[in-house]
Design a protein around this ligand. Structure first.
Ligand SMILES: [Zn+2]
Length: 465
């Protein structure tokens, strides 16, 4: 309502009319807390049936809300994936193909909420989504302070979950603004090396794995096949199960920190007025020898990297998601339009994702996941995987040598038996589907100048050689 209208109304002294108008005004909020946990694969959570107690907090959140067991990221690399999550379009459309480009200047979840009166904030834990990424321009408040460093490479600044969540909690506690808020919280902990600040060895030598059964070679760089990437090395440890246990301890550490943060949100009286979303930018390969890439993501599109957790928990008293079939496939680009729908806003027409409230995706929807690609040295060195998951199939194209992979999830959910050579019709169909999705988008990457300092940080993270 414009100022003139309000003055006129007061001048009329139309108290009854004013009451009617106030009732018609949409209720403020709800608030939104949107959590992305970097490198968190879905199948290592309790809610997904994992054998270790990695995620009591996320499991409880899922019980209070809805767990979507088949959510797929659109990129295996941090910058591109976050750009897709928040702008709800595929990487070729927004042009952020790797960690080298800036957050796109286009309609986004942030922008829509901001325009409609939400105060927007971001609290991130890695340089990859820090100021150099440019995402702060889309937000009212941005906090990318690094408060710790990687244990074996002190040049790598980052922030552990407890510190990032403390910053977010302090901001929430200090707010005097009556407007609803949107807070994006990015946690880096499961990203390697796996050095949880608390109890890093809590799962080492438990009864869930065969510790000591084999040993891997130590990679001489971060981009290696069949060996432990250099940036992941933990002392002299070479047992792949030790690394998996340490990865799981990172999840548990982040989960416990989230538990403390959620308790604080409740203590502030915000929980019942806040929508909570938890997802990940991508997963991680772990100890599967058939995939030849240990403890990696970025350019990989196997199920363990492409499938990400998704929990959406509505504020108290709301259950709009109750009518959604959560077992159907979801794309990461669907999350932003769903959030807007849940808070009563229309999604920008530029979004390629769709609200889950509008009905489930067809089982035949091509779920596209792209590795980082573009102007990287690693494009030449190890190549990139482009992938489509559709129905029971996963098709993968390897850019390095043009080789193809096809997996049938009905009999091979771990993607270990490549049937591309013997299932030619499906292979060709999915190749054409992937090509069609890419050809339909003529987005151009906008590389930023990478300073030597930034390049060093990216190298430390394992993103460039
Ligand atoms: Zn990431």
């Amino acid at each position: 309502m414009g100022r003139r209208a309000r003055v006129t109304m007061v001048a009329l002294g139309a108290a009854a009319l004013a009451t009617t108008v106030a009732c018609r005004r949409p209720a403020p909020g709800p608030n939104v807390i949107f959590i992305t946990v970097d490198t968190l694969r879905a199948d290592h959570l309790g809610v997904a049936g994992y054998g270790r107690d990695t995620s009591p907090t996320i499991d409880a959140l899922a019980r209070e809300g809805v767990w979507f067991p088949r959510c797929y990221t659109q990129s295996a690399t941090t910058g591109a994936s976050h750009a897709s999550i928040f702008t709800a379009v595929l990487p070729p459309t927004h042009g952020v193909l790797s960690n080298h480009e800036q957050f796109p200047d286009r309609p986004s979840l942030f922008r829509t909420l901001r325009e409609r009166g939400w105060v927007t904030a971001g609290f991130v834990s890695s340089v990859v989504v820090g100021r150099k990424f440019g995402v702060q321009h889309a937000l009212d408040h941005f906090d990318d302070e690094a408060t710790s460093v990687e244990s074996n490479r002190p040049e790598r600044g980052e922030r552990v979950a407890a510190d990032t969540l403390a910053a977010a909690g302090d901001w929430l506690a200090a707010r005097a603004d009556a407007r609803p808020f949107f807070a994006w919280i990015h946690l880096i902990d499961p990203h390697g090396p796996y050095t949880a600040p608390l109890e890093p060895d809590r799962y080492v030598n438990d009864d869930k794995a065969r510790f000591g059964a084999r040993a891997l070679a130590a990679g001489d760089s971060s981009w290696v096949f069949d060996a432990i990437p250099a940036y992941q090395l933990l002392g002299t440890a070479r047992d792949p199960e030790y690394y998996v246990a340490r990865y799981d301890a990172e999840i548990r550490y982040a989960d416990d920190a989230l538990g403390a943060f959620f308790a604080r949100v409740r203590a502030l009286g915000l929980w019942d007025r806040t929508l909570v979303v938890l997802t990940a930018d991508h997963g991680e390969t772990l100890a599967d020898p058939d995939h030849h890439r240990y403890f990696s993501h970025g350019v990989i599109a196997y199920e363990e990297v492409s499938r990400v957790p998704l929990v959406i928990r509505e504020p108290g008293g709301r259950d709009q998601l109750a009518r959604v079939d959560a077992t159907r496939p979801v794309m990461a680009i669907d999350v932003a339009p769903t959030v807007l729908d849940l808070v009563g806003l229309e999604a920008p027409s530029a979004f390629e994702g769709r609200s889950l409230l509008a009905g489930p995706r067809d089982e035949e929807t091509p779920l596209v996941s792209l590795g980082a690609y573009g102007r990287d040295e690693l494009e030449k060195r190890i190549g990139t995987q482009f992938s489509v998951r559709r129905g029971p199939w996963r098709y993968i194209m390897n850019s390095r040598d043009g080789s193809e992979e096809l997996y049938d999830h009905r009999v091979d959910p771990a993607e270990r038996r490549n049937v591309a050579a013997t299932t030619a019709a499906t292979r060709d169909e999915l190749r054409a589907t992937l090509g069609g999705v890419l050809a339909a988008r003529a987005g151009a990457a906008r590389p930023v100048d990478i300073t030597p300092e930034h390049r060093e940080k990216l190298r430390a993270l394992g993103y460039v050689e």
